[in-house]
Design a binder for this molecule. Structure first.
Ligand code: PEP
Ligand code: MN
Length: 344
């Protein structure tokens, strides 16, 4: 059982709940988040009076759960959720395009990529300032300087920023610049990082671990939710299989499966899954076709000079077709492109 407290709940409200629960011999774990406080109950809850708990001060919801993940489960939350990032919706009614460079390299490169992204219909800008690279010799990102560039480009283009955080110690700094925090596939089960982003007061995009089952992915999301943050977007980005023709194998069935199990929005990264420019548009069509709530795509003004993932970046010549797909495909699924920019 999980008790979700509203933002108005006082410390005394939470203490009263804990006292009632403990009196019934059940353990209570309190997670205080920026947006809400959550009390998770462990033990035999059959003696607890859910209606009585629901009537107590500060209580928003009392949920009985049978899946191992509770807060992100659709069981007690049948309506699919919409997450807003700087005013831009990601959810069941829309297909949101997030685009930009894999890595922030220079102010000009980032601005050029952002303008490419916007021209294709993107309403959110992606770009990594902290890069989780397989090789310690590869470009690791510009760090805070990259975050400053992203903030400048947001000013110039109006596009809210999605950027990755790789270390729990950097979460507050990245959150001070970013509109959405990204947790990458290599950190998808870094539980300390998940808890830190859960407490950061920003929406989070959680990529699926390349070796993670869907249940493990949802359990990872639960770590974020447990800290009081339910503004989570799941991102399928390909998994490890025996196939070597593509960098990873896009698990298209993960999209409807995750949407059935969880109320969280699910988007797809066709760039990092295939790892090849020629696959990005076909996989984007597949993602929208299977019901994804958005796509996140690498674009670069000069991919041959990119410091990271140039071979998968879309170029100018691809933008017209990307824009067409973003315009024409979502209506086939009863969705609209999350087109209009929020008022500046
Ligand atoms: C990225 O989006 O920049 C990235 C590193 O993706 P992934 O974690 O999916 O490899
Ligand atoms: Mn990349």
């Amino acid at each position: 059982m999980v008790i979700v407290m509203g933002p108005e709940a006082t410390r005394a409200d939470v203490e009263s709940i804990v006292a009632v629960v403990q009196a019934a011999g059940v353990e209570a774990f309190v997670s205080r988040g920026v947006q809400r406080t959550i009390v998770g109950l462990v033990g035999d809850v059959t003696q607890l009076d859910a209606a009585g708990l629901r009537a107590m001060g500060g209580v928003r919801e009392v949920m009985r759960v049978s899946t191992p993940y509770k807060l992100v489960s659709r069981e007690n939350h049948p309506q699919r959720s919409t997450v807003h990032v700087g005013g831009v919706p990601i959810g069941p009614d829309t297909v949101t395009l997030i685009a930009g460079p894999c890595a922030v390299e220079t102010p000009q490169q980032t601005l050029d990529a952002a303008l490419m992204a916007r021209a294709a219909g993107a309403t959110l800008l992606r770009g990594g300032a902290y890069k989780p690279r397989t090789s310690p010799y590869a470009f690791q990102g510009l760090g805070e300087k990259g975050l400053r560039i992203l903030a400048e480009v947001r000013e110039e283009t109006g596009l809210p920023v999605v950027t990755e955080v790789v270390d729990a110690h950097d979460v507050a700094l990245v959150a001070s610049y970013a509109d959405m925090l990204q947790v990458g596939t290599r950190n998808a089960q870094n539980f300390a990082l998940l808890q830190a982003v859960g407490a950061a007061g920003r929406p989070v995009m959680l990529k699926r671990g390349m070796n993670a089952t869907i249940e493990e992915w949802l359990m990872a999301a639960e770590y974020i939710a447990q800290r009081g943050n339910l503004d989570i977007v799941l991102c399928e980005r390909g998994i490890r299989t025996f196939e070597t023709a593509t960098r990873n194998t896009l698990d298209v069935s993960a999209v409807p499966v995750a949407q059935r199990l969880s109320h969280l929005p699910v988007i797809v990264d066709p760039s990092h899954s295939g790892g090849r420019r020629d696959l990005v548009l076909p996989l984007t069509r597949a993602a929208i076709g299977v019901g994804a709530d958005g796509v996140i795509i690498d674009v670069h003004p000069q991919p041959e000079q990119a410091l990271c993932d140039g071979p998968q970046a879309l170029v100018d010549g691809d933008l017209e077709e990307l824009a067409r797909v973003m315009r024409d495909f979502p209506p086939l699924l009863g969705k609209t492109a999350a087109a209009a920019l929020p008022a500046a």
